[in-house]
Write a protein that binds this ligand. Structure first.
Ligand SMILES: *[C@@H]1O[C@H](CO)[C@@H](O)[C@H](O)[C@H]1NC(C)=O
Ligand SMILES: *[C@@H]1O[C@H](CO)[C@@H](O)[C@H](O)[C@H]1NC(C)=O
Ligand SMILES: *[C@@H]1O[C@H](CO)[C@@H](O)[C@H](O)[C@H]1NC(C)=O
Ligand SMILES: *[C@@H]1O[C@H](CO)[C@@H](O)[C@H](O)[C@H]1NC(C)=O
Length: 455
């Protein structure tokens, strides 16, 4: 009796929820090997989307990007802060994927996306954020390109004499990225049996886990990310949900903002991990992709970016670590000595890099990202897919030039102008002047203390 009743209600709901829209079968067509939405994957973006020339040659470097400030300059130090490579989804996201794909298989009308009928769920919860094979390649080939870009710094001699160092976050995906990076270095230099040790340092690479003020005021405070929730419940997201529901012929009540995100993730992961333009990608068009990208950027903006002052200040420890090393190298050069740490490679997370880039005042839009200004932010600077894809890297290179020491910054191997310094290779002393306030303050303990006034 009860069952029958439920069944009738079910049918009834189904009937009233949608009168068939004429465009219900309007799924996007597979446009080739790369999903049309690949530019919108935020922190789940492939590194190759930022540097497309790598698709035809993974070892290619753009010579015009790695020129010294002038031919008379000589590279003397490289600090690289690198995000881990391509990884599996976290267990929480895998759970959502399993759930929604079950619903789709059992209740959706798949006559528009027939390939979904045969698509098999293969993600398992214990894959939880682990580095995948592609992630190993990301680091291995990045290492080999860096050897080509800095042939006088990453050398056999510097390694043998202990002037190349590696530090990593303790997370398995970072440690394994570090191992892949080393593999790339050894392979690129044709050396074997040389020890290139790494150390684990979470205080430095996972400062976001240790800064009490960040944890209490942002991480564990729903209010801090209320704009994200508002956007998820706003009109742009609602429209994406309805279009997805129409395409799958599911009741609107079954397709939440979370479901859309799950489909978007499935598309992204199938692409980055397996290189597939999967049927899940058919379900979201370009307009949907832009909304999803904004939603992801909004979250990063409030959790790791300019949204709250503490987000970037939590990286003070990494900022000082970087400048201390640059200072040390600069002083050794000035006193006519030899640089003792020629290369420092640090492997961490998107959550490591974004706050530091924010602290350096990079990718700052005039107007904050909020739930209500999606339309006016189409041309925004804060695009996490371009800033922190897998294997994202901030490269700081010090050059000894006739007119003094100069610093070149690069992000994802591309030249980067530090805000307020219009030269691509400013004098190091001008860089220090630009960040003088941070260099004199930005004390980690003070900044992260719960009762401190702002530093
Ligand atoms: C199908 O979708 C495309 C892209 O979203 C849109 O431009 C077109 O107008 C749609 N066609 C119909 C019949 O809805
Ligand atoms: C290399 O960099 C230059 C300058 O930014 C650019 O014009 C050129 O298109 C780049 N080459 C490739 C293959 O991306
Ligand atoms: C890391 O690599 C080792 C061997 O290279 C492997 O056994 C281990 O499962 C990997 N861990 C992750 C998280 O990928
Ligand atoms: C889908 O919606 C139907 C009714 O609209 C409801 O009975 C069912 O529990 C929903 N399923 C999920 C997984 O949300």
């Amino acid at each position: 009796m009860g069952f029958l009743c439920l069944l009738i209600i079910g049918i009834h709901l189904h009937a009233v929820t949608f009168a068939l829209p004429s465009s219900w079968c309007n799924v996007t067509s597979p446009s080739g090997p790369i999903p049309a939405n690949a530019l919108y994957f935020n922190t789940k973006s492939r590194y190759e989307e930022v540097n497309p020339y790598l698709m035809s040659d993974i070892l290619a470097i753009n010579e015009s990007w790695v020129k010294p400030p002038s031919p008379a300059c000589r590279a003397v130090h490289l600090s690289a802060i690198i995000r881990h490579g391509t990884r599996y989804p976290t267990s929480g996201n895998i759970k959502k994927m399993i759930q929604f794909s079950k619903l789709v298989k059992s209740r959706a009308d798949l006559s528009c996306v027939k390939e979904l009928q045969t698509w098999k769920m293969w993600y398992k919860e214990d894959m939880d954020g682990r580095l995948v094979e592609k992630g190993r390649s990301d680091h291995r080939y990045l290492a080999r390109r860096l050897i080509k870009s800095f042939p006088t710094l990453i050398t056999k001699e510097n390694i043998e004499e202990g002037r190349v160092k590696l530090i990593t976050s303790s997370k398995h995906r970072c440690v394994n990225s570090t191992l892949a990076f080393k593999h790339g270095v050894m392979e690129g230099l044709c050396i074997q049996g040389v020890d290139l040790p790494h150390t684990i340092n979470d205080e430095l690479m996972r400062f976001f886990d240790q800064c009490r003020r960040l944890l209490e005021t942002v991480e564990n405070n729903k209010d801090a990310v209320k704009e994200v929730e508002l956007f998820k419940n706003g009109p742009e997201m609602k429209r994406v949900q309805e279009k997805l529901a129409d395409r799958l012929q599911l009741p609107y009540s079954n397709v939440t903002a979370d479901s859309v995100e799950t489909v978007f993730y499935l598309c992204a992961y199938e692409f980055t991990i397996r290189g597939l333009n999967s049927p899940w990608c058919r379900l979201l068009d370009d307009a949907d992709g832009q909304v999803m990208e904004y939603s992801g950027d909004l979250k990063q903006f409030w959790k790791r970016g300019f949204g709250h002052d503490i987000n970037s200040k939590a990286s003070c420890i990494l900022f000082h670590d970087l400048f201390k090393r640059l200072d040390a190298a600069a002083n050794q050069i000035k006193s006519g000595g030899r640089v003792s740490e020629v290369v420092m490679v640090q492997v961490g997370h998107a959550e490591t890099l974004l706050p530091l880039l924010t602290l350096l005042d990079l990718f700052k839009d005039d107007v904050p990202l909020t739930s209500s200004n999606f339309a006016s932010h189409r041309g925004r600077a804060f695009r996490t897919g371009a800033i922190v894809p897998y294997a994202a890297n901030l490269l700081m290179t010090l050059f000894d030039c006739p007119d003094g020491l100069r610093l070149q910054a690069r992000l994802n191997e591309r030249p980067l102008t530090l805000p307020g310094l219009d030269d691509l290779s400013p004098l190091y002393q001008d860089v220090r002047k630009r960040y003088e306030q941070l260099l004199q303050g930005c004390d980690q303990d003070t900044v992260c203390m719960m009762d401190s006034s702002k530093n």
